[in-house]
Design a protein around this ligand. Structure first.
Ligand code: ZN
Length: 312
């Protein structure tokens, strides 16, 4: 199957190899050396796949099954020569159960979930979560509060740069059903101002604090309301293992998972659960992405709690 971005990536990696390394070896071995590197790399990937501990070392080569990525097991082969530093030669994706040819590609027929994080951003915990998401070709939605958004502009930028979605969780965690329409507007507008200052864009979805909303509130909001259908209760347990279990034992296609990126225990839980969810075949994305891939449009004046294939 043709896949231009993937072929392009392999070409770029080869270009890296044939740059400094090729120049240094050219005089004595001509094309023989790059040919040897490629052959042994492919062989080492093959041996790493067959190996029970998912790694293989030999001569100056090293191949390792080093990350579980979207629908695939990723193998990165490295080479080391006496003249050059260790370099990554190529990354090979062994696709196990789906027909996709690229880790970024979404299979609309395979299970998907949205991870959501409220009450941040938080400079250290949000950064840890973004790292594990990026390493696993995944996205999430971060429902930020304005007080933190104003204070941690760099973290907002990092969320946006990672391809994640930023939602509105009010300026100071207000219960929107108990304040006036003007106050509601101000609570939301102040968050948008902070997010726009950092990223250039406004928030796309709203999660009212405490999940509190009524028909009057829905009618006045200028973005769809997103709730959740899998509550990890991470704020209560503050225990990474319990949060991981809450997700792994209940998760199903179309779920919107509620967590809070202000807790270290939640960051730790995400580091454990994301690779496991990918291994189980779940594609992890933002709420708006999941709605789109599920063929549902998020409408104004509505509240969404999940995207089960049978519901809505
Ligand atoms: Zn909250």
């Amino acid at each position: 199957m043709m896949n231009t971005p993937r072929i392009q990536r392999i070409k770029e990696k080869c270009k890296g190899l044939f740059g400094p390394s090729y120049q240094k070896h050219r005089s004595d071995s001509g094309l023989l050396y790059p040919g040897f590197v490629i052959t042994v790399t492919l062989l080492s990937i093959f041996l790493a796949q067959a190996s029970p501990n998912a790694r293989w070392n030999g001569w100056d080569f090293h191949a390792e099954r080093n990350a579980t990525v979207n629908k695939a097991i990723q193998y990165t082969a490295q080479y080391k020569t006496p003249l050059t530093e260790t370099g990554e030669l190529l990354t090979h994706y062994r696709f196990e159960s789906f027909g996709a040819t690229d880790p970024d590609e979404v299979d609309v027929n395979a299970p998907m979930i949205a991870l959501t994080f409220d009450d941040g951003p938080n400079p250290s915990n949000t950064a840890r979560i973004l790292d594990v998401l990026s390493a696993n070709y995944s996205h999430a939605t971060f429902f930020v509060v304005g007080t933190n958004a104003e204070q941690y502009q760099d973290t907002l930028k990092a969320i946006s740069a990672a391809g994640c979605e930023i939602g509105n969780h009010t300026y100071n965690h207000a219960n929107l059903t108990t304040i006036s329409a003007d106050e509601v507007a101000e609570q939301l507008e102040k968050v948008n101002r902070a997010v726009k200052k950092a990223t250039g864009e406004s928030t796309t979805v709203i999660r009212p604090p405490y999940g509190a909303y009524d028909e009057d509130l829905l009618a006045q909001l200028d973005a769809p309301v997103v709730l959740w259908d899998l509550d990890t209760e991470d704020w209560s347990s503050r225990d990474a293992q319990k949060v991981v279990e809450a997700v792994l034992t209940k998760v199903k296609d179309g779920d919107i998972v509620l967590m809070h990126d202000i807790y270290e225990s939640t960051a730790e839980a995400v580091e454990i659960m994301v690779p496991k969810l990918k291994e189980q075949g779940f594609q992890i994305m933002s709420v708006s992405e999941m709605a789109e891939y599920k063929g549902k449009s998020l409408e104004l004046g509505k509240a969404y709690g999940g995207f089960e294939s049978s519901a809505q």
